[in-house]
Design a binder for this molecule. Structure first.
Ligand SMILES: Cc1cc2nc3c(=O)[nH]c(=O)nc-3n(C[C@H](O)[C@H](O)[C@H](O)COP(=O)(O)OP(=O)(O)OC[C@H]3O[C@@H](n4cnc5c(N)ncnc54)[C@H](O)[C@@H]3O)c2cc1C
Length: 416
């Protein structure tokens, strides 16, 4: 039976035709696609669940964060970083840069619109993108209809919280690293940092700087590289070497240099993986840690490295080696995941883990006008090259069709 919608309900459910692509997500990737589409003269709509651009950077990162890679590898298409920015811009500088990027290319996302579902409608050959927007107490549902859909929701859309026995009984403060701002609230506290990637290492370092007592869980193995080698960034050095040498040899050289600069890190409990750092990044997406000072704290015992967790109990953790630690707080630096499978009703292009099935460099274009930007595990430079390709691809079709419709329009007029 049909139910007649009341006036408010009717107004709250709108259908919007978008002339051009819908871009889901207003992080760096979504902004980059928007800027490149502007260059092609293609109109678009950006939908963002948060109330600001780059919500990962603005709301879900710690205060002391700086770009991990030098600025020349992090700038978006068509706008370099200001010259007076340092080699590794701060989080605030990066956000300022993104704000001016959005302003310069006149990208005005529709904020507070969370995409709930997107489906290709074969009968009309268009995408139907449903959002729920909320502001204050009001809630509205909108359906966007478009020919192209660009997925820019990021590799880090949702935080990963592992299931560990007894975590619910712990009783103290437990937070994911996305909610950590600084060590200020942890002075003199015994903090267990779970995870030893770039975030886990940096948060442990930050905790030391606020006189907290961090223990960092290193469950398996980790590659730690110096951020700089003889004044040059390790990342840049690796890229330069890769122009001339095979990946396995670059990996070997990086490990020799890391040994010379950092010494033997295995004696501090930081076991190196059997695969080299670049090979591991390419095959499993695991980023090596670029050390910015945590290693020194580990060496001096200010950050204690501990093995995997067996279980938690009230105010305590039991480790796999049987050791029991009394702790006050837990910070889960246990990573993030893509949220694409929760809203995109499509199984050909995206796999169940929320990443495109086709490996780099082919994971940017699917069927029926579907695109993905920022899913190549190659950071901001990977997102920039996806964005340029996508805009070029859509732009070509757009220009051809606009020319045809102008020609048709002229023909129609001349017939009068
Ligand atoms: C701590 C940290 C440091 C990093 N440092 C670097 C670095 O130095 N260099 C580098 O290259 N990379 C770095 N990265 C990688 C990082 O992923 C990129 O810098 C960048 O943020 C990726 O941009 P993105 O737009 O693809 O994703 P995001 O920045 O995550 O943006 C995705 C946007 O999509 C929105 N969204 C998600 N789901 C929906 C939905 N259903 N509906 C509507 N909107 C939605 C989100 O709110 C978000 O605003 C870092 C990551 C982290 C976590």
């Amino acid at each position: 039976m049909f139910r007649v919608l009341d006036h408010e309900e009717f107004l709250a459910r709108r259908c919007v035709w978008v002339n051009g692509p819908v871009i889901v997500g207003a992080g760096p990737s979504g902004l980059a696609v928007g800027a490149c589409l502007k260059e092609q003269g293609v109109p678009f709509v950006v939908l963002e669940r948060a109330d600001c651009i780059a919500s990962l950077w603005q709301k879900r990162t710690y205060d002391r964060l700086k770009l991990h890679l030098p600025k020349q590898f992090c700038q978006l298409p068509n706008l370099p970083f200001p010259e007076d920015f340092p080699e590794y811009p701060t989080k605030k500088q990066f956000i300022d840069y993104l704000e001016s990027y959005a302003k310069q290319f006149e990208i005005n996302p529709r904020f507070n619109e969370c995409v709930q579902s997107a489906k290709y409608d074969e009968t009309c050959g268009l995408w139907r993108v449903k959002t729920v927007s909320s502001s204050g107490t009001s809630r509205a549902e909108v359906e966007y209809i478009c020919r192209w859909l660009v997925v820019a929701t990021g590799e880090n859309a949702e935080s990963v919280v592992p299931e560990v026995e007894g975590l619910a009984d712990f009783g103290g403060q437990v937070m994911h690293v996305c909610d950590y701002k600084s060590g200020e609230d942890f002075r003199a506290k015994r903090v267990l940092v779970v995870g030893c990637g770039n975030s886990g290492m940096e948060v442990s370092l930050d905790l030391c700087n606020y006189n907290a007592l961090p223990s960092m869980v290193v469950r398996s193995s980790v590659h730690v590289l110096p951020r700089e080698i003889l004044g040059k960034s390790a990342f840049e050095l690796a890229i330069t070497m890769m122009k001339w040498l095979p990946l396995w040899l670059v990996d070997k050289l990086l490990l020799i240099i890391a040994r010379l600069v950092l010494g033997n890190i295995e004696k501090y409990g930081l076991k190196r993986p059997s695969m080299g750092p670049l090979e591991l990044k390419n095959s499993e997406g695991k980023t090596p840690v670029l050390d910015i000072g945590a290693l020194k704290k580990i060496r001096y015992g200010e950050i204690k490295v501990v093995p995997g967790i067996k279980k938690f109990s009230r105010g305590r953790v039991e480790l796999v080696n049987g050791e029991i630690l009394e702790i006050d707080s837990i910070i889960l630096a246990t990573g993030y995941r893509s949220n694409v499978p929760s809203w995109l009703q499509e199984t050909e292009f995206f796999s169940q883990n929320g990443f495109p099935k086709a490996p780099f460099p082919n994971g940017w274009k699917g069927n029926a006008g579907l695109y993905a930007v920022g899913f190549t595990r190659r950071g901001l430079s990977g997102a920039s090259s996806d964005a340029m390709r996508i805009a070029q691809d859509i732009g070509e079709v757009w220009k051809k069709e606009t020319k045809q419709s102008i020609a048709c329009h002229r023909r129609c007029i001349s017939q009068f």
